[in-house]
Design a protein around this ligand. Structure first.
Ligand code: NCD
Ligand code: ZN
Length: 471
């Protein structure tokens, strides 16, 4: 038998459909075999995984690494180091940096930064906004993994595009087969409410939630799915936080609209009541809502309406989250390093199975972004992107231990059951026994193979009507 580079020996290997005791043979960057012990090839190096579980590394469709422009909050090195330590082996990074990733120049600059620093593989989102519709195709050719459209205001203050620009953008993305992620909250309702509440002197923590009621999400999810259905553009709904609007997704899916949805641990576990203790630390867009929404999100994961778990890793400095006025606290908090221990704790509590966990954290996002089964699955031929975890290890999340530049987290003190021991990215051990290796620069852009484009109503697109000439 040919000697391979690495053998992960004696672990329980987890896929969405099964958990089997097996060794994993890795040669170069790929998995080359999965076999019971006596069938395993000799290896130059062996990782002992007995008593441990071997999972596909998480694929996180939603992180903000802040560089360029806000490097003091995070950069590509610290953000991807945090990912690796959390068992996440692929990230998709958002365009609300400064400058935003809406031009070819900004994209090339971000690609160079990521290439130099990344510990894990990555995709880079391009921005879809009012003024860059004409460069969406160029951005696609230059290697963006997908697009992000901020329908509602959030960190970075990028104005929402008009409906006209958004629809025209979707027409183009439909032709290209690209997926567009939307921040689905209605900008106008939120701006008006926030202004009125400020005027009225409301600056308490729950005022943030009151300014962004469920109708903001319902309206934006409805508009985005309508545009996606009309144009045939692929749609992804970021950070679903409310029960409301899930039914719109359910019905769009049943009509065959290619729409995927993510939620995040914070929406599954916290409620707005946690703001009593955490205040502005828990300010995030969309807001964490009243009790009951989390239950509906869990149910929607279980019935397939929500496809995946992402983190919306959104680091800010502790002092930027600490004002007495909620309006002065930045929105968002880090999450890429804590997702896996938090969700494994939910597995221990019986809220999901380990097989569902790898479906929602790895296989589903890899599929949505055209990377499956190269990413998101441990199988012969797949990239050896692997998180080896100890499900029995008890611990406690500590802000001091985070690798993110932003040493704050609302999860500080949260008791966990499940720990990431080793992380491999394309066959290389980037975290060993919880210690980060010096693998900055090892991360590569993801290779994507999206399904064939399926544009609709092509004779009614902006391109078609402006090209029309009466005989
Ligand atoms: C995100 C950020 O800080 O970039 N903030 C947040 O509250 N989630 C932006 C976003 O995803 O809305
Ligand atoms: Zn975000």
């Amino acid at each position: 038998m040919k000697t391979v580079d690495l053998l992960i020996k004696g672990g329980a290997v987890v896929s969405p459909s099964a958990t089997i005791e097996a060794d994993i043979a890795i040669d170069g960057e790929r998995v080359v075999g999965i076999a019971a012990g006596e069938m395993s090839p000799p290896a130059r190096e062996t990782v002992d995984a007995s008593g441990l579980h071997v999972l596909p590394g998480a694929v996180d469709s939603h992180v903000h690494f802040r560089e360029p422009g806000y490097d003091y909050k995070e950069n590509w090195q610290t953000g991807t180091a945090a990912a690796a330590c959390g068992g996440t082996t692929t990230v998709f990074e958002m365009p609300n940096t400064h400058p935003p990733t809406g031009t070819l120049e900004a994209l090339r600059d971000k690609q160079a930064r990521a290439k130099r620093q990344a510990h894990v593989d990555y995709g880079i989102y391009g921005l879809l906004d009012e003024n860059n519709i004409d460069v969406l195709e160029d951005l696609t050719r230059a290697g963006v993994s997908g697009f992000k459209c901020f329908m509602g205001n959030t960190f970075g203050d990028l104005p929402a595009p008009s409906d006209g620009a958004m629809l025209e953008g979707f027409e183009i993305l439909a032709r290209l087969g690209m997926r567009c992620t939307v921040h689905a909250e209605n900008a106008s309702i939120m701006a008006r409410r926030e202004a009125k509440m400020r005027e009225a002197g409301r600056n308490d923590a729950p005022a943030h939630l009151a300014a962004r009621p469920e109708i903001c999400a319902v309206e934006a999810v409805g508009r985005a799915t309508a545009f996606a259905e009309w144009t045939g553009a692929r749609l992804h709904i970021a950070h679903k936080s409310s029960a409301d609007g899930l039914d719109l997704v359910r019905r769009a899916k049943s009509r065959g609209v290619d729409v995927t949805v993510e939620t995040c641990p914070q929406y599954l576990i916290f409620t707005v009541d946690d703001m009593d203790a955490l205040g502005g630390q828990l300010r995030v867009n969309p807001p964490i809502r009243e009790k009951g929404h989390g239950e509906a999100l869990w149910a929607a994961l279980h019935d397939g309406t929500i496809d995946m778990i992402a983190t919306d890793h959104a680091p800010h400095l502790p002092e930027e989250k600490a004002s007495n006025s909620i309006w002065e606290c930045e929105c968002g908090f880090p999450g890429v390093e804590t997702q896996m221990p938090i969700m494994l704790t939910q597995v221990a509590e019986g809220r999901l199975t380990l097989n569902q966990y790898v479906q929602w954290s790895a296989a589903a996002p890899a599929r949505a972004w055209g990377c499956y089964p190269r990413k998101g699955l441990i199988a012969p031929g797949s990239d050896a992107d692997i998180a080896i975890v100890d499900l029995a290890a008890e611990g406690r999340i500590s802000r001091e231990a985070l690798h993110s530049r932003s040493h704050m987290t609302p999860w500080h003190g949260f008791e966990t059951r499940g720990r990431v021991v080793h992380t491999l990215v394309r066959g290389r051990i980037v975290v060993r026994d919880g210690v980060l290796a010096d693998a900055a620069g090892w991360g590569r852009p993801v290779v994507q193979d999206m399904p064939e484009p399926a544009p609709r109503n092509v004779d009614k697109t902006t391109a078609a009507i402006t090209a029309y000439r009466p005989d």
